[in-house]
Write a protein that binds this ligand. Structure first.
Ligand SMILES: [Mn+2]
Length: 310
């Protein structure tokens, strides 16, 4: 079993990196995500679970007021620059043997983080837990927002300007990707997603079969891979529980379902790196969504209801 989120013995050392980028969409606020998540005691939570923590600070990111790109795909050159820096830092953190935890920012940061950790060391699986598929291309995107495109880019279907970040060719194969929690898809995006052949589990599947079965199926889809990156968009959780996200969609995971997802992933020991994205403190209520994000990281990284002290 790969190390990752293993259950026993010494805990993996963690490396935290913030990417406070809000250039991939229009609403301000997700640039404050890394601060809100740190303020919600991310490092202390990991430390209490026995993970040695190193915080590498933030990737330098321009603010929208200094970026003027009147292109259909908004701010694409600036997004590219930030993602290239994030990819380089991500590769270093992974090469140091740390479990990387990346704090967004909007979901376009994943173009950098995923391509960075994927690197050259063989195939990597990608678990995309999100209300949205993020599988648009410039041709299909109604908004031109890059945060609706990262999964297409990473699997070689998207925006050419961002395709070669972290090296030539797609960072992950479509068949090595599983989406969980989907409930909002654009019309053209739906067709692309079906053609690409990624594994998709919608909220209908969660309702019909239960979240435990869905997560176990998704993990089984990726079980042949030695490394799996988890990209967690907080908008997968129902907005009544997690209001502080950029693009809320009703009908998401409950509080307990979200924790169970993380607990089951932890049991699998498969996940080797993590993104936490789309936390928006401006839209949040008393930092509750950032606090939930930190709780979920705790469940992913080994907290158990009946864990005995070591
Ligand atoms: Mn997303």
């Amino acid at each position: 079993m790969p190390s990752g989120t293993s259950n026993s013995g010494a805990r993996d050392p963690v490396g935290i990196l913030g990417i406070p980028m809000d250039l991939g969409q229009d609403r301000r606020g997700v640039d404050m995500g890394p601060s809100a998540i740190r303020y919600a005691r991310l490092a202390n939570t990991l430390d209490d679970l026995g993970h040695p923590v190193t915080d590498f600070g933030n990737v330098e990111t321009p603010i929208p007021e200094t970026v003027e790109e009147r292109t259909h795909v908004k701010n694409v050159s600036a997004v590219r620059e930030v993602c290239e820096k994030a990819a380089a830092r991500a590769a270093e953190i992974a090469a140091d043997g740390l479990f990387p935890v990346f704090l967004g920012g909007d979901h376009s940061i994943a173009i950098g983080t995923v391509s960075g950790v994927a690197g050259a060391a063989g195939r990597m699986g990608l678990l995309w837990i999100d209300a949205h598929a993020d599988f648009n291309t410039p041709a299909t995107s109604p908004s031109g927002n890059v945060h609706g495109m990262p999964l297409a880019v990473l699997t070689g279907h998207g925006l050419l300007e961002l395709a070669d970040i972290g090296g030539e060719g797609p960072s992950v194969r479509p068949e090595d990707v599983a989406i969980v929690g989907l409930r909002s898809v654009d019309a053209e995006e739906r067709r692309l997603l079906a053609e690409a052949g990624v594994h998709v589990y919608t909220m209908k599947d969660v309702d019909a079969y239960g979240v435990a079965r869905v997560v176990r199926r998704a993990l089984k889809d990726l079980s042949r891979l030695e490394r799996v990156h988890l990209s967690l968009d907080l908008d997968v959780v129902d907005p009544e529980v997690a209001p502080g996200v950029g693009t809320p969609v009703r009908g998401g995971l409950t509080y307990r379902e979200a924790h169970l997802v993380m607990e089951l992933i932890n049991e699998s020991g498969m996940v080797t790196s993590l993104d936490i994205v789309e936390v928006n403190p401006i839209l949040d209520v008393k930092n509750g969504t950032a606090e939930l994000a930190v709780e979920l990281v705790g469940s992913l990284m080994g907290r158990q209801i009946l864990a005995l002290p070591e």
